[in-house]
Design a protein around this ligand. Structure first.
Ligand code: SF4
Length: 309
């Protein structure tokens, strides 16, 4: 891996731009969750595609697509970070999390499954897949279920990014054909066995999105699914598409959609309000951000990416 640029702070989050040995440009992240230090929790966020063909309205990674990364290209991101921060190559951290969530929809790339199998030798590893559930990826998800059962029982984190409970609006925000709520629910019911982590339904909550708790209650079992509320991060595309975050950055609670959270809590759902570290917006390491996009944007007057020169 040849490192072309590095932005951020080692004790919070760092974005790396690199060229793999096959000559492919990749962007990947390491981050901590203060006050925990690296010996307690360490999170790697790696790319799985070269750009992304989905083009979610709030995401800067979806502006172009040049193909899949090989298993080696994905492994090089992980191995580079492991050697950079743990020169002995022994990852001495209690919670070692790898998210396949930087650039690219992971379900479009079967090589992610190859990497997951390779990584199963790390006992402290908690892998995490974040997906929009694209249509035509059933084989990926069936194999993922098998892999989880064999190698990661009780320690696999699966997240479906939903954003709206209205299917028409969801299709506008995530403009590809996707699994219906019913299909996600059926899969989730199969996926979560005794001792497994619940599946996360993630909502990056915007003021004008439709969020109806009745839809969640109708389709998703609170014993198998939990709800995660996140802000819409400051990205070039969120700005261009006039998507205004609804989340109060002090409390993590949505403002327009407070009732959505309260009704779900009353109905027995676990709801996580996740605002993360706001300085990560300046570093460009948060979800939906993409440093390469920022570097080529002409209009750099955005409340983010200030670490990127
Ligand atoms: S949010 Fe994920 S699926 Fe959507 S464009 Fe960005 S990388 Fe692709």
């Amino acid at each position: 891996m040849k490192i072309l640029a590095k932005y951020g702070k080692d004790d919070l989050a760092t974005v790396f731009l690199g060229e793999t040995s096959s000559g492919v440009l990749v962007e990947f992240v390491q981050s901590l969750q203060p006050p925990l230090d690296r010996s307690e929790k360490w999170v790697l966020i790696v790319s799985t595609l070269r750009g992304c063909p989905v083009g979610c309205l709030m995401c800067d990674a979806g502006s172009y697509y040049e193909g899949k990364l090989s298993a080696e290209d994905i492994m090089e991101q992980i191995e580079f970070l492991m050697e950079y921060y743990f020169p002995t190559k022994k990852v001495e951290t209690k919670k070692f999390k790898i998210q396949f969530a930087r650039v690219g929809e992971p379900a479009f790339n079967q090589n992610v499954l190859v990497v997951l199998k390779k990584l199963s030798c790390y006992e402290n590893l908690l892998p995490s897949i974040s997906t929009v559930a694209p249509e035509g990826t059933d084989v990926f998800f069936e194999r993922l279920l098998e892999l989880k059962n064999i190698y990661y029982p009780g320690k696999f984190q699966l997240q479906f990014s939903i954003h709206s409970t209205d299917e028409t609006e969801r299709n506008q925000i995530i403009p590809i054909k996707k699994w219906s709520f019913e299909k996600i629910s059926e899969y989730g019911n199969k996926f979560v066995s005794d001792g497994d982590r619940k599946i996360t339904l993630n909502f990056a909550v915007a003021k004008n999105y439709q969020l109806d708790p009745k839809v969640i209650i109708r389709f998703f079992d609170p014993a198998k699914f939990l709800i995660k509320i996140t802000p819409v991060n400051p990205t070039h595309n969120a700005l261009k598409n006039s998507i205004a975050s609804d989340v109060d950055l002090q409390t993590g609670m949505p403002m327009t959609h407070k009732d959505f959270v309260e009704e779900l809590l009353m109905s027995g759902y676990q709801v996580i309000l996740s605002i993360g570290e706001l300085e990560e917006n300046q570093i460009g390491s948060n979800c939906g951000q993409y440093v390469r996009k920022h570097l080529i944007e002409k209009d750099k007057f955005i409340q983010a990416y200030s670490y990127v020169r």
